[in-house]
Design a protein around this ligand. Structure first.
Ligand SMILES: [Ca+2]
Ligand SMILES: [Ca+2]
Length: 468
């Protein structure tokens, strides 16, 4: 996770349904405005557009830079604030003839979005499309930008502009062609997935669950095994692994306690599988299978407030970081990282993400920092609907993230379930910040009202759609 700056989270509704906005540049005029150094035209093949430039209908938008500038703002629109606020993603098709590009160096198209309430912009973000100078004749591109996921994006705005800029290391870049522009909402969903009520149908069966019933103080069932064992020294990050800190409360809940005792930062870390540690017969693992699966956790973090610790509900495969989701992934359904600083609070937000490469790019919900707001004082239910094509992440029965990026959707069935507390002290050399970017200081310096901290789990349930 990147450094967290003071943020104002938008009042994002979990399940938004809007009609996608589309412009195919078919009408006589366009609301795109040229600059003093550009000319915009709606063109068809008869008026000189390359066939490949028209991807929808009969016309496209031709952008001509009239000056030889390496940097050229060639088009701007000022009337899309409603569409920008309602959607999460901007996409369009681009065609660039090779003759439009410099012979050497580099060239890119930059899309810029900025907006605010009053005179000055509250945010100003860009996304670049690198162009291939060596594509013989020319090349088609599809530009997609999940701008709502940019940490700086703010939808609490009254105006917004979208600009298209051409930038080349030398010479000019003209003409280029654009078609099939769309604002879409990545969270739009089929009606039957807009709540988790489909689980009640007889098409779904509960295939595995733990309700955490049992005597007060008892250890959880054996399928919850100590994890992070590969280090062989009983530690993980800055914690001492302490499976005995996970116990039943006698009222149907699993308690995960973390505390500072005898110089040790005790933290429980429970897994249903861990490659290299547990055999297949000792492991319980899941994946989308052929029909899809739904995994549900009910948890409570109202007593989990220790800075430098975090609690997570997640899945981890045998082979999570191959860079190929078909081989497995890390699926963080919720990570709660309590922190209250002078500038911002993380107390009522959780993180979700999918990782397929250690230290590599991850995908997150399309909102600033991938963080979702929730009521941290009550019980909440997190759910993951997972097929080979889509993952829908639910909070209290409503989607908070729809992931259709198949590059990150694991089709592998070796994912174990994890209920973990991890501890990482802030680094004094980096302003006492942990690797999440929060100035958490040291776990052991938490005041008495935050230590011990407790996370509670009411149940973990796994449903599978019945075979047809
Ligand atoms: Ca068109
Ligand atoms: Ca229970």
């Amino acid at each position: 996770m990147k450094k967290i700056l003071p943020i104002i989270l938008s009042s994002f509704t979990a399940c938004v349904s809007v009609n996608a906005w589309q412009d195919s540049f078919e009408s006589r005029s366009t609301a795109w405005e040229s600059s003093e150094s550009s000319v915009l035209k709606l063109v068809d093949v008869d008026s000189g557009a390359p066939h490949a430039a028209i991807t929808d209908g009969a016309k496209c938008l031709e952008l001509i830079g009239t000056k030889g500038h390496a940097w050229n703002q060639i088009a701007i629109r000022k009337d899309l604030v409603h569409e920008i606020k309602a959607a999460t993603t901007l996409s369009f098709d681009v065609y660039v003839p090779q003759s439009s590009l410099p012979e050497s160096g580099w060239a890119k198209l930059q899309v810029r979005m900025y907006g605010g309430q009053g005179g000055s912009a509250a945010f100003d973000i860009t996304s670049d499309l690198e162009l291939d100078l060596n594509a013989a004749g020319g090349k088609s591109y599809h530009f997609t930008w999940d701008y709502a996921g940019d940490p700086s994006f703010d939808d609490n705005i009254y105006w917004a502009h979208v600009g298209i800029v051409s930038i080349a290391s030398g010479g000019s870049m003209s003409p280029i062609y654009i078609d099939n522009m769309e604002f879409s909402n990545a969270n739009e969903l089929d009606a039957h997935l807009q709540t988790d009520a489909f689980l009640l149908s007889d098409e779904w069966s509960l295939i595995w669950h733990d309700e955490f019933e049992g005597k007060k103080g008892a250890a959880p069932a054996e399928h919850w095994r100590p994890g992070a064992i590969w280090r062989k020294d009983g530690t993980w990050r800055d914690s001492t692994l302490a499976p005995e800190e996970a116990y039943l409360d006698g009222r149907g809940h699993l308690t995960l306690r973390t505390r500072y005792e005898n110089g040790k930062r005790l933290a429980p870390y429970l897994v249903t599988s861990e490659k290299g540690t547990y055999s297949q017969s000792e492991s319980v693992t899941f994946g989308p299978g052929d029909e899809g699966i739904f995994i549900e956790w009910r948890a409570n973090v109202s007593q989990f407030k220790a800075h430098a610790a975090w609690f997570a509900l997640w899945l981890f495969s045998d082979n999570p970081y191959a860079g190929d989701a078909s081989l497995g992934s890390e699926i963080d359904v919720m990570e709660y990282v309590p922190y209250q600083g002078d500038d911002y609070s993380m107390m009522d937000k959780f993180n979700a993400a999918i990782h397929i490469k250690d230290g590599g790019k991850s995908v997150k919900p399309p909102r600033p920092y991938g963080l979702t707001s929730f009521d941290e004082n009550v019980w909440n239910t997190w759910g993951l609907y997972w097929t080979k094509d889509i993952q829908v992440y639910y909070l209290n029965g409503e989607p908070f993230w729809v992931n259709r990026n198949k590059d990150y959707i694991s089709t592998d069935d070796t994912h174990g379930i994890r209920l973990t507390v991890e501890i990482a002290n802030g680094d004094p050399a980096k302003g006492n910040k942990n690797h999440w970017g929060h100035a958490v200081g040291r776990f052991e310096d938490n005041p008495a009202d935050r230590l011990p901290s407790y996370a509670y789990v009411d149940y973990v349930r796994v449903y599978r759609k019945n075979s047809k």
